[in-house]
Each structure stands twice: as structure tokens, then as C-alpha cells.
Design a protein around this ligand. Structure first.
Ligand code: NAP
Length: 475
């Protein structure tokens, strides 16, 4: 196994501060000073003042700002994408795709927000009643590094439309992306305090949830971080949304078109260098087609071009950090020690940086860590099952409930299977994915609440009932 001598030293430095470390080389690029308690306090005050004005703006004013941010993003697509690739190693074409998707989300809420937030009328027996959407106030967003712009967009765009103001604590390994997003708001002439980047470490974040000026918190990330933030929110009776990890099943039924299914399996597992919450992580094939699927899947994975993520011909880049690859290697080692087999890969690539071989694990039973842990990297877990029912049972035997997919040529069958899978999203003939106008959210250990679509704008809006009665109407 190749380990650059300086990796562990760098890891230690990284865990202590907010830094850009290029995962393709593991070289430190830039360090940032974490905000002091006083600076965080000032940021919360500024956001609170900004809210008093922002809540009075019209939907048109809010939409104009969101459109402006979207167009700036598109204008700066190349440079923003390069920042993503530099800081967390996403291959450059996907980084550009992420900027497009993020801009789409801003435009989507600018275009549709007013309609989603229009009064909802009710028809009581007498008088008048309607629900008016009103903003909550200052919100804290805690976001992960794996989609540095998209994760922020899907929390921020709907909430700015609602009239809330935002404090954004981004992952410590993507500080330049975090600063770039704040700059987009400045360039779009957003009022001071509307969107504030908090350069803050994860371990200090939960403590600010208790601040009475913060009215709600949304976290996308691991269960540990989610539980920490949500327990603080619960203690202080604040609304929270959690978008956590996943271990999506990718079910292949005997009537699936195998060649096309294999192509989607590669995309589903390897997109974002294997680091999507909704990546296809558990491949569950029914006996009749298991061998054919596995042979073709293995063949395609073994031929992926691993390399520099800035090179447009690269198909698989590094993991986001040295810490991430060490964690993944440890999960593989513990799984193999417990009896799993490595059918492909299983090691880091013999070059500097956090590069992991495309990997397939087989022989996974309930006693093996890979059965229930999320493998956040280019590692596919393969399972062979007797039939459709066994595939559903295995898919559901997971602490997670994020997404999942079913491959079959019989769409009605696919819908029947989807109906029996205990997750927040199931895609038929496609890996779980995302777009501005479709809801996104999980169940079980994958969190609660929704983002995107009309549902995503609801979470941090107060639905205030306004009821009109005649003075002589009954009690
Ligand atoms: P993470 O370690 O939980 O970090 C996510 C964010 O939480 C970062 O900003 C981090 O700050 C912060 N954080 C860490 N510990 C915290 C704590 N104790 N209290 C408050 N905040 C804390 O997760 P990650 O490793 O970056 O992201 C990968 C995970 O996110 C995977 O499990 C993935 O599946 C999940 N994810 C879920 C979704 C979804 O929509 N369901 C989407 C993307 C990713 P620091 O960086 O400073 O530690």
C-alpha cells in the first residue's frame, strides 16, 4: 500500500483548521483563520438586522436577486468549477455540471417561488380562512463538501425567497468555494447580512444553534453531525432539517436490459468519485442475471481512467481528502477481516493523492461492516439474491432510507417494487438523482425533511392561518 510520508502530518494539520488541501496531491494550498466568538456574534447580529428589512421585500425583489446570482454563477462557471476540483477533487466536467445545476436551482425558485408561497385558501363553514407563508428569521445551514455549490443552493435559494436570512457554515475543506458563494451574493448586490459565510469548524457549530437569534437549522452531512445539531435544535425547540448519509440499493431484476443497466450502475456508483449521498452503493441482482451483470460491471469498472480530475479525459478522480481515503480503507479492511471478498481493486492507487481503485466487494453478510456502513467512495457492494422479494428485503435491511433504484423493463413491476422500498426516493431505470423541480429527502437514518421542488420551500416558512369571522358567527 502506497502512503505518502507526509500524509499523516498533513491530516493532523487539516483536522485542526480550515484549509484547502488539493486531494490530487495532498499538498496544502491555503489556510484560513477560523472566526472568533466575537466575529460569529457580529455575523449573527448582522443577519438579524438584515432579516428585519428582507422580510419586507417583495417576491419580485427576492426573485431578481436569485436570478442575478444564477447568472453570475453561469458567467463564472469555469473558475468556480476549478475551485471545486481543486478543493475536493471532483472531475472537472462534473464540477461544471454542478455549477449549472446550482444556477438552475436559483432560477427555479426565482421563477416559481411566488406561486409556491401564495396564500392557500380554505373553505370553512362560515367566514374566510387562508394560510399565509411568513419567514422564520435567521437560519443556519451546515453543508458538506461533496457538492460545495449545489448543497448550498438547495438550502439557500428557497429560503431567501421565503424571506429568511442565511448563515452558512460550510465544510472546512472547501473554504474557497464557501467564500466564492458569499462573493456571488456581494456581486449581485445582496443587502449586507443577507448571506454570511461562517468560517467555523464543525465542532464549534452546534454550540451556536442555541443562540436565540437563530430560528432554524438545516444540516447535510453525516449522522454524527446531524445528531449533534438536531439535539441542540430540539433542546431549544427549533426547527431542523437533516439530509444525512445513504446506502442506496440498486436492484437488478431478471428482465432488466443488462447492458444499459451496467452503464447506469457505473454512473450510479462512480459519479463524484463515488461520494454522493444518493450513490448506488449496494448492487442487488437476482440470481438469473447476477453473473452476467457482475462480469460486465467488473469489466467496465476495471477500465475506468483514474487520474488528475482537472484533465477532461479522467473518469475517476481522488477522494476528497486523505482522511476520507483512510476511513474507506479501514472500512474495507474491517469488512475483509470479517469475511468479505475483494473482487476488484480494494487498495489505494500507487500515486500521490487520495486516489482509490474502483472496487467491488462480494460475500457480504450481516456480520460484515460493509453490510450496514455507508461506503463513501468508489466501492460497490455486490449481493446475489434468489428473487424479487429477497431483493426488496435486502434493500430494506439497512439503517439508511435515502434513495434507491430498480431496473426492469416492466414499469408497473418497477413501481410495485418501488412501493415496497423504505426510502425517501426510488428511481426506476435510473440511479437516484436530483433536479430543481423534484423533491429530495430521506427517511430512517438518512434524516428528515425535504429539499428542492415546491416541498423544499415549505420547511422554514411559518404557515400562518388568518381567519376572518363575522361578529355574530358561532364560537
Ligand atoms: P460531516 O463530517 O458530517 O460534515 C458535514 C458538515 O457538518 C460540515 O460542514 C462539518 O464541518 C459539519 N460538522 C461536522 N461535525 C459536526 C458537529 N459535531 N456539529 C456540527 N457540525 C458538524 O459530513 P461529510 O463527511 O462532510 O459529508 C459526507 C456525508 O454527508 C455522507 O454521509 C453523505 O452521505 C452525507 N450527505 C448527505 C446528503 C443528503 O442530501 N442526504 C447530501 C450530501 C452528503 P467540518 O467540515 O468543519 O467538520
Amino acid at each position: 500500500m502506497f502512503i505518502c510520508n507526509c500524509n499523516l502530518i498533513k491530516l493532523k494539520i487539516k483536522s485542526m483548521s480550515i484549509q484547502t488541501v488539493n486531494p490530487s496531491t495532498n499538498n496544502l494550498v491555503k489556510s484560513f483563520q477560523e472566526m472568533s466568538i466575537r466575529e460569529v456574534d457580529a455575523a449573527i447580529s448582522k443577519s438579524t438586522s438584515a432579516f428585519q428589512n428582507w422580510r419586507k421585500t417583495t417576491y419580485k425583489e427576492r426573485a431578481d436577486l436569485l436570478h442575478k446570482v444564477a447568472s453570475l454563477m453561469r458567467e463564472q462557471k469555469k473558475s468556480l468549477a476549478k475551485l471545486i476540483t481543486l478543493e475536493m477533487g471532483k472531475i472537472i466536467s462534473q464540477a461544471e455540471g454542478e455549477i449549472d445545476l446550482s444556477a438552475d436551482i436559483f432560477d427555479y425558485y426565482a421563477k416559481n417561488g411566488a406561486e409556491f408561497l401564495a396564500d392557500k385558501t380554505f373553505s370553512p363553514e362560515f367566514g374566510e380562512a387562508f394560510v399565509r407563508y411568513t419567514p422564520m428569521g435567521v437560519l443556519l445551514g451546515v453543508e458538506p463538501w461533496n457538492f460545495p455549490f449545489y448543497q448550498v443552493a438547495r438550502f439557500v435559494a428557497p429560503n431567501i425567497m421565503v424571506g429568511n436570512t442565511i448563515l452558512l457554515k460550510h465544510a472546512s475543506i472547501v473554504p474557497q468555494c464557501a467564500i466564492a458563494i458569499e462573493d456571488l451574493f456581494k456581486k449581485a448586490n445582496a443587502p449586507a447580512g443577507l448571506y454570511t459565510n461562517l468560517l467555523l469548524s464543525g465542532k464549534r457549530t452546534s454550540s451556536i444553534v442555541s443562540d436565540e437569534r437563530i430560528k432554524g437549522v438545516s444540516l447535510t452531512g453525516s449522522e454524527v453531525a446531524g445528531a449533534s445539531v438536531a439535539s441542540e435544535a430540539g433542546k431549544y425547540l427549533k426547527k431542523s432539517v437533516l439530509e444525512l448519509g445513504g446506502s442506496d440499493a440498486f436492484i437488478i431484476l431478471e428482465d432488466a436490459d443488462i447492458d444499459k443497466t451496467v452503464e447506469w450502475a457505473v454512473v450510479g456508483r462512480m459519479n463524484n468519485n463515488g461520494q454522493c449521498c444518493v450513490a448506488s452503493k449496494r448492487f442487488i441482482a437476482v440470481e438469473a442475471i447476477a453473473d452476467e451483470f457482475l462480469t460486465k460491471f467488473r469489466d467496465k469498472l476495471s477500465r475506468l481512467k483514474v487520474g488528475d480530475p482537472m484533465d477532461p479525459t479522467t473518469e475517476l478522480g481522488p477522494l476528497s481528502s486523505e482522511e476520507a481515503i483512510l476511513h474507506l480503507l479501514d472500512q474495507i479492511r474491517r469488512s475483509v477481516d470479517a469475511g468479505a471478498k475483494v473482487l476488484l481493486g480494494g487498495k489505494r492507487v500507487n500515486r500521490p493523492g487520495a486516489f482509490m481503485e474502483p472496487t467491488i466487494l462480494t460475500g457480504i453478510t450481516r456480520k460484515i461492516p460493509a453490510y450496514y456502513e455507508e461506503l463513501f467512495g468508489p466501492v460497490a457492494s455486490f449481493y446475489r439474491v434468489k428473487d424479487e422479494q429477497a431483493a426488496i428485503d435486502l434493500a430494506n435491511d439497512s439503517p439508511y432510507g435515502l434513495g434507491g433504484s430498480v431496473f426492469t423493463q416492466d414499469i408497473e413491476r418497477g413501481k410495485r417494487v418501488a412501493n415496497q422500498i423504505d426510502t425517501g426516493m426510488v428511481y426506476i431505470n435510473h440511479p437516484t438523482w436530483t433536479q430543481a423541480d423534484l423533491p429530495f429527502g430521506g427517511s430512517k437514518g438518512s434524516g428528515y425533511g425535504q429539499e428542492l421542488s415546491e416541498l423544499g420551500i415549505d420547511e422554514f416558512a411559518i404557515k400562518k392561518l388568518i381567519r376572518v369571522s363575522g361578529l355574530s358567527d358561532p364560537f
